[in-house]
Design a protein around this ligand. Sequence first.
Ligand code: P61
Length: 462
Amino acid sequence: MSEGRRRSWAEPYKIKVVEPVRVTTREERRTALDEAGWNTFLLKSREVTIDLLTDSGTSAMSDKQWAGMMVGDEAYAGSENFYHLEKAIQDIYGYPFVVPTHQGRAAEHIISRILIKAGDIIPGNMYFTTTRLHQELAGGTFVDVIVDEAHEPANEYPFKGDVDLEKLDRVVSEHGAEKIPYISLATTVNMAGGQPVSLKNLKALHEYCAGKKIPIYLDKTRIAENAYFIQQNEEGYADHSVAEIVREICSHTEGAWMSAKKDALVNIGGYLVTRDEEVFEQARNLVVVYEGLHTYGGLAGRDMEAMAIGMRESVDPDHIRARVEQVRYLGHKIASEGVPIVRPVGGHAVFLDARTFLDHLDQEEFPAQRLAAEIYLEGGVRSMERGIVSAGRDPETGENRRVKLELVRLTIPRRVYTQSHMDVVAETVWEVWDRRREIKGLEMVHEPKYLRFFQARFEPKA
Ligand code: P61
């Protein structure tokens, strides 16, 4: 992984407010784990020292965003902040029609209900938990058409988010284009390890879909990170700004949804956008059933203002570089001791390859779940399982989906932690790596029906 001599980056901000964190003892952490059923989602925040559970809603807002919170217009209808949000989305991403929602899955719910009929097939570049669930609840079946490289942790292919157009064509031939309401495309594919889609692939996909009259809807939750990877690694884009690349990605799609809790640097928020006026009309109508009026969608006016400002900051070149490079710093540091991680390092997180890390365990012993718990026990660092527990059961057969990727995600919130935190995280992972042979599996003792990983409980095997 040697990259030659690089210029260092520094966090492009100064710290004005601090939030103290607690350092716990190993005994306290062991008790906390038992109480949490060995599920890091069930730990209390005060039991965690470095919280890398997620980058969702955990970013630090800027002084300008906090100032924006003070100009929240909390009118029930027609809030001024909605118009700021709408304008920011139109300027940055280029979609004309905007429907705000309280977070990403609410937008997924609405778009799935509008576009999917019972028996439909939705091809996409790897599943995401909430996205696929809403597609299934609307009567559809998700089919993975991502390139094979995405399922191979050690493969260094730089655009593992790409769609395999031959796989897609086979799905279209088998079911017919009329059974496919849209392609569910994601930028910086979360479950693949935060891996980007290339513009070359997206253009080819767009051309293919235009020929078949299948719209592309984009999960653009982490689009700025994807654009940064294109700028750094795709031929012909080195001179394009991240903002230009973001705009170009969107231009190849019919619509999108976003959990603004990630790239857009806010603690809550999301929305749905489209170029299709009919879809917009239906979404505006459904949002009042499930979220709130179409000019706030479950958000306060101040939240919309913070989002409008945050999405402009998300494409700032200094910000995005420091964000992605911090993740890369951690990934390379962890890997330097031989720890297996998903390569290349992704945009929002370092993913440990738990299948290789704990290669003495069977997947049904939940190696990634156990590894996440062990990392917490070792150093108070919270991470997340992204393997067989997250994948859930096949709704038809009821069997566990034995996914290829059995990963632990160390996710970096934006503008929150320093390089020293990253060093401590890497040292914690190394300690666990050194004692990996002694680590045993888990047994699942409580399994909720939907998105089980959030609330499942486990017991350690003796
Ligand atoms: C996360 F363990 N992500 O990564 P909402 N699309 C994409 C997401 O990453 C995403 C949503 C839609 C989270 C939170 C979370 O299995 C999990 O605003 C690419 O969270 O509703 C959310 O957006 C949904 C964690 C969600 C999970 C589902 O940490």
